[in-house]
Ligand binder design. Structure first.
Ligand SMILES: C=Cc1c(C(=O)O)[nH]c(=O)[nH]c1=O
Length: 308
């Protein structure tokens, strides 16, 4: 079964990617993603202009049905990731960038525009853990202004990483903004912002930053992820592809993301726990589901979830 896919005329040998932030901080991790079986390529950790240590530890904690994190954007800095993606690799790369303020985003995209890099870039509008900074993507006017400024000069392939939305009118408002711009894709969802977990033995929160508040990921956010993939598929121009992210732990979850309209699927929490071998497992499980249902291509069912 053929799981390759094309986005912005870039051929991905598989639909599977890592969620930015997981297994993508260093050259070794990014090479491991590219060299692993059944991966489509690699998405870098969101890069900031300078290298960042991130928040104090513990800043990640595994829950029974997912994860909570407040990493604080630790990364090796924009030059490190631009250097990596500009080199030749066996599979495509997506360069993720996250400014800490609007001017950072503009500066980073000017640098990419002026660089040798011709691959895909993803602007992270949804980091929930930069202390003191609200997520850009929850400010519709700022998002619109930022994209207008970017597309006044940026001509290379560009997508955006979005947080989950929880209100149908917000889907309408955000989709109306995104449809104004020549985006290659959206990647939805980022972690569900500012959850909290408590260790009842110590009666303490489980992560140090932000008094324990952190983004939620993993199995428990799958229903939210599916809703966001479907809602944007229903509203966005077909030219804007969708990377479905959030809650994927099995072939069934991948199948549901695809039924909702995802073009590619990325894995975060489960990848962190299982390692890159997960992509062969997800491929085998998806292929078994498709065989059972008599599907020979993802096109047989992509986006075809039915109303009740
Ligand atoms: C880029 C920062 C992000 C982080 C982080 O570095 O804290 N965690 C997330 O769950 N999503 C992000 O987008």
């Amino acid at each position: 079964i053929d799981f390759k896919t094309t986005m912005a005329s870039v051929e991905f040998p598989s639909i599977f990617l890592n969620a930015s932030g997981v297994n993508c901080m260093t050259v070794a991790e990014m090479d491991e993603m590219i060299n692993a079986a059944c991966t489509g390529g690699v998405v870098t950790k969101s890069a900031t202009p300078q290298q960042r240590e991130g928040n104090p530890q513990p800043r990640y904690y595994q829950l029974e049905h997912g994860s909570i994190n407040s990493m604080g954007l630790p990364n090796a800095g924009f030059p490190y990731y631009l250097d990596y993606v500009t080199k030749e690799h066996a599979k495509p790369t997506i360069l993720s960038v996250a400014g800490l303020q609007m001017s950072d985003n503009i500066e980073l995209l000017h640098k990419i525009q002026a660089s040798e890099y011709t691959g895909l870039t993803e602007l992270n509008l949804s980091c929930p853990n930069v202390i003191g900074k609200p997520q850009v993507a929850y400010d519709f006017e700022e998002t619109d202004a930022l994209l207008a400024e970017i597309f006044s000069f940026y001509t290379k392939p560009l997508g955006v990483k979005l947080p989950p939305y929880f209100d149908l009118v917000h889907f309408d408002q955000m989709a109306a903004i995104l449809n104004k711009y020549p985006l290659t894709h959206i990647n939805t969802v980022n972690s569900v912002g500012n959850g909290l977990w408590i260790d009842i033995d110590t009666e303490k929160v489980v992560i140090k930053p932000k008094q324990g508040f952190g983004g939620l990921g993993g199995a428990m956010i799958l229903p939210t992820a599916l809703a966001n993939v479907r809602a944007f598929r229903q509203r966005l121009n077909p030219s804007i592809k969708i990377i479905g992210t959030g809650g994927v732990t099995s072939g069934k979850d991948v199948f549901m993301h695809l039924l909702c309209g995802a073009d590619m699927v990325s894995v975060g929490t489960a990848l962190l726990h299982e390692g890159v071998g997960i992509f062969q497992r997800l491929t085998d499980e998806l292929a078994a589901i498709m065989a059972e249902k008599g599907y020979t291509s993802i096109e047989d069912f992509r986006g075809k979830v039915q109303d009740f």
